[in-house]
Design a protein. Structure first.
Length: 345
């Protein structure tokens, strides 16, 4: 965050595309950097703008975290497929918001050490901050104000695997909350969730919602890869999102099975490890769990013949997310249990 008390200076990022021009443009958001590899260099964030006539603006973002490939891949594909005549309004596609992280195949940017490189903990950002904060600031002050609806595509990345869902949040503005919830349902993933965030203050979500814009987030798999199944859900969901908010003509295509609604009302949904060792999960994603059930065991890897530590569900629900690697450290989230509900909101 900026320490200055005056107005923020303009973003150092410049776009090589004209956001007001009709047609299809492919270009970059250019962020000047000066380092050992490039004295007068730039971080080049790919962006595609597709504009046709009057209508709303949809901002589609992937790669907020650099190892979440479902959104990154689906948006790269969309950027070469979407034609101006398909669109009424404007669709802005940024497949890799945190491009340095994506290029490194990492959750966070290698240009900013540690958690400072986590874009989704850097909002609203700072034009005088590090590389990651400058990217966050540009989205907060330039991209979001020109948008009406925002779809931010996340998944579990290398360390988590997550059931496919679109999510919205509980908001003070009832109409804003309703519209985002309808968008999350219309995404057409197998699950829709009213999401409780562990730490919402510095999220992109919050930066968008504070501007009164409609925000839908997703989690769509994980493990640091995509599968044919997860990519199909992601691509159908993006199409559904654009159809639902009137940017593209067509019918929203829902999954064959009825959509399940989940709620994550508080922090007891998150099961975190208090031990370091070898993780055995006793449930698969989507399995039903009852409070008190053993959901995981953690084994001491330094010796044999030791009984594992058992982790039990603190609530009824379904396994919505799990740690992906089998090695676990203290503090890692092992599992997330979401509550099954009849309706959302
Ligand atoms: Zn993410």
């Amino acid at each position: 965050m900026s320490n200055s008390t005056g107005p923020l200076r303009p973003s150092p990022i410049s776009a090589t595309v004209d956001f007001e021009a009709g047609g299809v443009q492919h270009g970059f958001l250019k962020l000047p950097v000066s380092n050992d590899e490039s004295a007068w260099g730039a971080v080049m964030i790919p962006v595609t703008v597709v504009k046709n006539g009057e209508g709303p603006t949809a901002l589609l973002t992937g790669g907020n975290h650099g190892d979440e490939y479902e959104g990154i891949t689906a948006l790269h594909k969309l950027s070469s497929r979407l034609r101006a005549e398909d669109v009424q309004g404007r669709v802005i596609i940024v497949p890799m918001m945190n491009t340095p992280a994506c290029m490194a195949g990492r959750r966070t940017s290698p240009m900013d050490a540690g958690n400072a490189g986590n874009l989704n903990r850097s909002f609203p950002g700072d034009p005088d901050g590090n590389v990651t904060e400058k990217i966050a600031d540009y989205f907060t002050r330039v991209m979001v104000p020109m948008s009406d609806v925002v779809l931010d595509l996340h998944s579990g990345g290398r360390t988590l695997d997550i059931i496919p869902f679109a999510a919205s949040h509980v908001l003070d503005d009832a109409e804003q909350q309703r519209s985002a919830l309808e968008g999350a349902k219309a995404f057409g993933a197998p699950y829709a969730i009213m999401m409780f965030e562990l730490d919402a203050a510095a999220l992109f979500d919050t930066a968008v919602e504070r501007q009164g814009k409609i925000f839908v987030a997703t989690e769509l798999g994980g493990g640091g890869t995509s599968t044919p199944q997860s990519l199909a859900i992601t691509e159908r969901g993006i199409d559904n999102f654009l159809i639902h908010y009137g940017l593209v003509e067509g019918e929203v295509e829902m999954p064959a099975e009825p959509q399940a609604y989940l709620d994550m009302p508080d922090a007891s949904c998150y099961v975190q490890s208090e031990h370091t060792g070898l993780l055995e999960l006793t449930l698969a994603l989507g399995d039903t769990v009852t409070q008190g059930d053993v959901i995981a065991r953690v084994y001491d890897m330094t010796r044999s013949g030791v009984a594992p530590i058992e982790y039990r569900a603190q609530r009824d629900g379904v396994l919505a997310a799990r740690r992906f690697p089998s090695s676990v450290n203290m503090g890692d989230t092992i599992a997330v249990i979401a509550e099954v509900v009849e309706s959302l909101g």
